[in-house]
Design a protein around this ligand. Structure first.
Ligand SMILES: [Zn+2]
Length: 176
């Protein structure tokens, strides 16, 4: 059916975009040809969707999922003020332009109103994945000393990336 060929390629793009979380859309936009100075105009939905699809195909879905998970966890650590230098270095290497990342992130949030987010994408968006050595070493907890004169007075703090809900640590010993 030759008539099909001239139809706008909106449907396949929408399908691809809907399969991506907010964070994955941000990473895709970051990797796309979207100009960093771009600002959204009414009816630019198809253009935004096309950039997301372009970036997603350029990066590849497995890497897109990974990068978005790294970004999500890093932002949680930064917000908590507990990101290590190693993590900051890894983030900077992955997203060298902070301005472009900000732009891509705010536009990605905008697309949630244009293209629904699939259940699988929502489920994926809560998975912590940390790039770079973590203060908690993956255990979900790390020790904080509040009194420099008393280094033995430590408290446990939950890791914003590995333990965002602050679940109690699994007891390893039972005290009588
Ligand atoms: Zn951690």
């Amino acid at each position: 059916m030759p008539a099909m060929l001239s139809a706008p390629q909106v449907a396949p793009v929408a399908g691809l975009v809907e399969g991506l979380s907010n964070g994955e859309r941000a990473v895709a936009l970051y990797a796309s040809d979207m100009p960093t100075s771009y600002s959204y105009k009414r009816d630019d939905d198809v253009q935004l969707g096309a950039w997301i699809a372009e970036g997603a195909l350029r990066v590849g879905l497995p890497e897109l999922h990974r990068s978005a998970a790294f970004l999500y966890s890093f932002q949680a650590l930064e917000l908590a003020g507990t990101a290590t230098r190693d993590q900051q270095r890894a983030h900077k290497a992955r997203f060298p332009s902070a301005a472009r990342l900000r732009r891509a992130s705010s536009l990605a949030s905008l697309t949630v109103g244009m293209f629904r987010v699939s259940d699988a994408a929502i489920e994926r968006s809560n998975r912590p994945q940390v790039e770079g050595a973590c203060r908690c070493a993956g255990t979900g907890w790390f020790e904080v000393c509040f009194d420099p004169d008393e280094p033995t007075s430590v408290a446990l703090e939950s890791c914003a990336a590995h333990n965002p809900n602050g679940h109690m640590p699994t007891p390893v010993r039972v005290f009588a």
